[in-house]
Design a protein around this ligand. Sequence first.
Ligand SMILES: [Zn+2]
Length: 310
Amino acid sequence: MRMRSSSLNCGKITRFGSRVGAKAYQALFPKEGFSQIGFDQVGHEPKFTGQRAVANASPNNGGSQAKFAVDARARRQQRIRFLRSGAQRHKRLADELDRCRRGHRCKSEADPVCAGLYWQKVRRAVNPVLSGKSWTRALIVTAGLSKPYGRLGEFDLAAAVESVRERFARSGLRDRIIIGVVDISLCLRNGKIIGWQLHLDLLIEGNDRPRLQKAIEAAFPAEPKAPRPYLFANVTDPEKTLAQLYTSKFFRRSWHTVKRKVSTAKLPLTASDLQELLAFLGGYPVGARLLRNGLLWDGNLLVPARMRSE
Ligand SMILES: [Zn+2]
């Protein structure tokens, strides 16, 4: 079936040719991060309807901002309802998220509340390091981080994160501070599901683009199926970018090739997509998707490793 984005009310489709421009960048790095005070916006996560996902609360389809804005708690409730309609293991995860309270946090990657609290802690810990330096944001789709649909549970996230950290340490990036996350999307090409793709969304010290780009491409070979395996952007407000890096909102990313030009669209996950993804994330504690290089925990702060060793 060919995905007709307009019928799914996903709204914005960004087209771009051989050069990756600002529009393409925005399509892949939407303003979807947690807000300054918390995590009060829900993305295209599907409205619970039992079987099918319907994206009817997006600002892209004329829905009001107020309708669009649902806090992380509401999103968690929505996820619990999705999980309760699934198999036994999904129901168990629903119970786990449902029991999460202040003082008794579930600390699960599947919980948008705990994920948001975790990232607030990381932001507070990292923000002092950000000022006075230049930064680049990089989205990297590297080979070896994909799984077919229905088999995401076979992926070892902890091993993948460890491998990425080791690659930072061995590469031309080793002396740079890097903070970022492993993000996950379900990729479609010309309407067909390709599979789950894990990708890296990073804030990297420095804006010496050609050198930085070369080091990244050497350390992280491109995923052959990804039409745009590397995207880079200058960062003018690193604190704001940091706030946007870690998100507990996940999407289908659909690519079309029309007359040798690539179009991309972000679509909502369906109920079964979300069950598979949450079951996977629920196997890990918050922070399991964190990537860092050159930063060490020192009490409540993440401090540059090179400063600490002096
Ligand atoms: Zn929780």
